[in-house]
Design a binder for this molecule. Structure first.
Ligand SMILES: NC(=O)c1ccc[n+]([C@@H]2O[C@H](COP(=O)([O-])OP(=O)(O)OC[C@H]3O[C@@H](n4cnc5c(N)ncnc54)[C@H](OP(=O)(O)O)[C@@H]3O)[C@@H](O)[C@H]2O)c1
Length: 345
């Protein structure tokens, strides 16, 4: 079968660069178009933009031009700032492309949530519940993803939290549908754009909370718990930035009277290695960043409170891989009938 012609829009960003890194090793992919903002009106060889791809990639980064993008590709990854995919998706769908969008533009089903959480009014609310659109938490939406034309890839925090709590909701192990999350992310989570608060001098030897209970990943977490289990959960969410370049850990506190063994068994039943190749459950210890950075794994560990009643779940992943480009490729693989692990091992 000939390789799928793939375009990456947002190729110069952190997620775009990670997409290129992974797609170059994908056996079924031929990269054909790399696009970014208008500042790339004069094309620049990708090997100059990213010297690490020299001799591996004979393409230039160009300003995004929708007809050109459509003409050169069968499938498109959109790794653009929030609000931008909404402008492109209707034409790409009409042109018959398969799309994986890494932004939040198509994650929420209720259009009235966009002004509050993403500060824009959705221009195509009819697409949010269109049957061709799937939420891309791979492990829980495989059938929808395989049939979708557009996959809304989940947020990085949302991926770690949902993979860390859905087995508990599914197996009805919680005393209350209440989750408290203390999450810590490396600085690449904010993208490559300049931001004074993320300067080396501000962040080295520092840790800082931001958007406490106001982070845009909160509604997609609650939405997916409700869609998959019918339960309306409450969420306390404290995201923090830490001075590492990549990697994310969500430490999740839940109330349960079940033993750690019962809880671990529920996770293992939900993620058998043959069916969930990228979720690793560990008993007896919480996960650490260095086991997941640069990989597509989400590592989940469980720790009980000695007095009982409270269980601590740790969920660690690389925000640019399982939290972005890697999960996007898992979804691309399902959409095209490839092995879920193609290009990711
Ligand atoms: N970073 C993460 O950990 C992460 C994880 C999951 C999801 N995401 C999501 O993925 C998307 C990309 O995030 P990122 O962190 O990779 O961002 P980023 O590093 O800031 O990169 C943004 C990319 O979009 C391009 N761009 C900006 N405005 C554009 C426009 N008007 N037209 C065309 N291209 C434009 C930029 O190109 P220029 O070089 O021209 O500026 C750059 O290639 C976001 O929606 C983000 O929320 C990110």
């Amino acid at each position: 079968m000939p390789a799928i012609r793939v375009a990456v829009a947002g190729a110069t960003g952190y997620s775009g660069e990670e997409l290129i890194r992974l797609l170059l090793d994908h056996p079924e992919v031929h990269l054909t178009c790399l696009a970014a903002s208008a500042k790339w009106e004069r094309p620049v060889p990708a090997s100059q933009v990213f010297p690490r791809f020299a001799r591996r990639l004979d393409l230039a980064v160009e300003a995004l031009d929708l007809p050109r993008l459509a003409e050169r590709s069968d499938a498109v990854f959109l790794a653009l700032p929030h609000g931008k995919a909404t402008e492109l998706v209707p034409s790409l769908l009409a042109a018959g492309k398969r799309i994986v969008d890494l932004s939040g533009d198509f994650r929420l089903r209720d259009p009235t949530l966009y002004p509050q959480w993403y500060q824009f009014t959705h221009a195509h609310p009819e697409l949010l519940t269109d049957g061709r659109v799937a939420y891309g938490l791979t492990e829980f939406h495989r059938q929808e993803i395989a049939a979708a034309r557009l996959v809304a890839n989940p947020g990085c925090y949302a991926t770690s939290v949902l993979l860390g709590v859905l087995p508990l909701f599914r197996a009805k192990l919680l005393e209350e549908a209440q989750i408290i999350v203390d999450a810590k992310s490396g600085l690449s989570g904010a993208g490559r754009k300049a931001d004074e608060t993320l300067l080396f001098t501000e962040m080295t030897e520092n840790l800082r909370a931001y958007k406490v209970n106001e982070h845009q990943h909160m509604p997609e977490i609650l939405q997916d718990i409700e869609r998959l289990t019918g339960q309306q959960a409450s969420l306390t969410f404290v995201p923090q930035v830490i001075p590492v370049s990549r990697g994310l850990i969500s430490t999740i506190y839940v109330k349960t009277r079940r033993s750690p063994e019962e809880v671990a068994a529920a996770f293992e039943a939900c993620y058998p290695p043959a069916q969930a190749p990228f979720v690793r459950v560990r008993r007896g210890s919480l996960p650490q960043l260095k086991d997941v950075v640069g990989t597509n794994y989400c590592d989940i560990g469980i720790a009980a409170h000695p007095a009982g009643g409270v269980m601590v779940i740790g969920s660690a992943l690389d925000n640019l891989t399982k939290g972005a480009a890697g999960q996007a490729i898992q979804n691309f693989n399902l959409m095209h009938g490839f092995s879920e692990t193609a290009g990711l091992r």
